[in-house]
Ligand binder design. Structure first.
Ligand SMILES: [Zn+2]
Length: 398
């Protein structure tokens, strides 16, 4: 999730100005049930600071007492190992939100934690700071090398990275494309295939969107597969021409849309433009007609449970609508969105689906298969990944 999305939320605007959850709780605009980003951030931040395993899923499954070491049952341990070893495809990761913290500390020349934040304002600040720091081809390469190391350790075998307009503008289309090509070649040596999604921010206007599409059409990296819309999701209709241009050049459309309650019309616009996947789309959970349209067209929804809880799109992990989407026949790919900033991993997202959304080990395998099916891959690579997923024959108790 690109932070600027939240600017469009009038329900949150007052609470976002508050600096802490305690402050926010004193404002009438902070609605504890469904809209309190501060609560989600403060709670999750506290959990992230707890000693013991770094898995958000594991930590969320325990008492909120941050000092308690989580106890895992045998079956849970098996499931943990199964999810960790499952070959996974990451279809929704923003470059600026995925740079491992030690890389940023190196750039800043400090040993101090760089990703510590306690509220939404702090999150915005961190995201923007990292985005500004990714300002040369060398830093793009360094960031991606560290990201690929993390993915390889997490058994992520394919990742599609979203690169925003700011990075394009700062580095230039040709130099950025060369850096991405080199990163993809290096990642392949580690067994991780990379693809790129160039995205424009809905808040930045038509000229900025044109810049992104021009770069995608005129100077793309070899593995550019798609164009996306992020940030302000409120007016996707404005970008019909940019979507048409990208699609006519053979690029897939993978916009964010319908993340927050009451925004299902954005999903319809995305479907109208021919989106092959949609980011988040959580507002469809309460709209059977939209769910049916997604299911009828078999458009995969990229769901990132940790992100969706932390940004307030859903009230909490146990209320995440993953099961609602799956029951309606909507294909879902689990993703991590901004894993470094949210201190999550793709395995943690799978475990969150298991522990809070009732998904069995076999359901996790099915989700991994769906992500591979929805990935923007050539068929031999897709087949290879699907075979690898199926070869994980050990099914733990769950
Ligand atoms: Zn996103």
């Amino acid at each position: 999730m690109v932070p600027r999305t939240y600017r469009q939320l009038p329900q949150n605007s007052a609470s976002l100005r508050a600096r802490t959850h305690r402050d926010a709780a004193r404002t009438s605009a902070c609605r504890p049930a469904a809209w309190c980003i501060h609560h989600a951030l403060a709670t999750t931040y506290a959990l992230h600071q707890a000693p013991g395993p770094t898995s958000l899923t594991t930590e969320l499954s325990t008492s909120p007492d941050a000092n308690r070491t989580p106890k895992r049952r045998k079956g849970t341990m098996d499931l943990h190992a199964f999810a960790a070893r499952l070959p996974k495809c990451e279809l929704h990761a923003h470059l600026a939100g995925s740079v491992p913290e030690p890389v940023v500390r190196g750039w800043l020349g400090t040993d101090n934690p760089s990703y510590a934040f306690r509220d939404f304002t702090g999150f915005l600040s961190q995201y923007g700071r990292v985005e500004q720091l990714v300002d040369t081809p060398d830093r793009v390469h360094e960031a991606l090398a560290a990201m690929v190391d993390a993915w390889a350790a997490d058994h992520v075998v394919h990742a599609e990275v979203r690169v925003g307009r700011a990075t394009l503008a700062r580095i230039g289309a040709r130099r950025l494309a060369d850096a991405l090509d080199q990163a993809a070649a290096d990642a392949a040596v580690q067994g991780v295939s990379l693809a790129w999604i160039y995205e424009f921010d809905g808040a930045a206007g038509l000229q900025a969107a044109d810049h992104v599409v021009d770069a995608a059409l005129d100077d793309p990296p070899q593995a550019l597969r798609a164009v996306g819309l992020s940030g302000d999701e409120s007016g996707p209709e404005r970008y019909a021409q940019q979507f048409r241009q990208a699609a006519s050049a053979g690029l897939a459309l993978v916009p964010h849309a319908g993340t927050f309650p009451g925004t299902t019309h954005q999903i319809d616009v995305a479907l109208h433009h021919g989106a092959v996947r949609i980011g988040h789309a959580t507002s469809a959970a309460r709209d059977p007609d939209t769910l049916r349209r997604l299911a009828d067209r078999q458009v995969t929804v990229e769901m990132s449970p940790t992100s969706e809880v932390m940004i307030g799109a859903v009230p909490g992990p146990r209320q995440h609508p993953l099961e609602t989407f799956l029951a309606a026949g909507v294909p879902v790919a689990l993703c991590a969105d901004d894993p470094a900033l949210f201190r999550t991993t793709l395995t943690s997202e799978y475990l969150m689906a298991a522990e809070h959304c009732g998904q069995s080990a076999e359901a996790l395998r099915a989700l991994a298969r769906q992500a591979a099916r929805a990935a923007l891959l050539d068929e031999p690579r897709r087949t290879s990944i699907l075979d690898e997923i199926d070869s994980r024959s050990h099914t733990p108790r769950s």
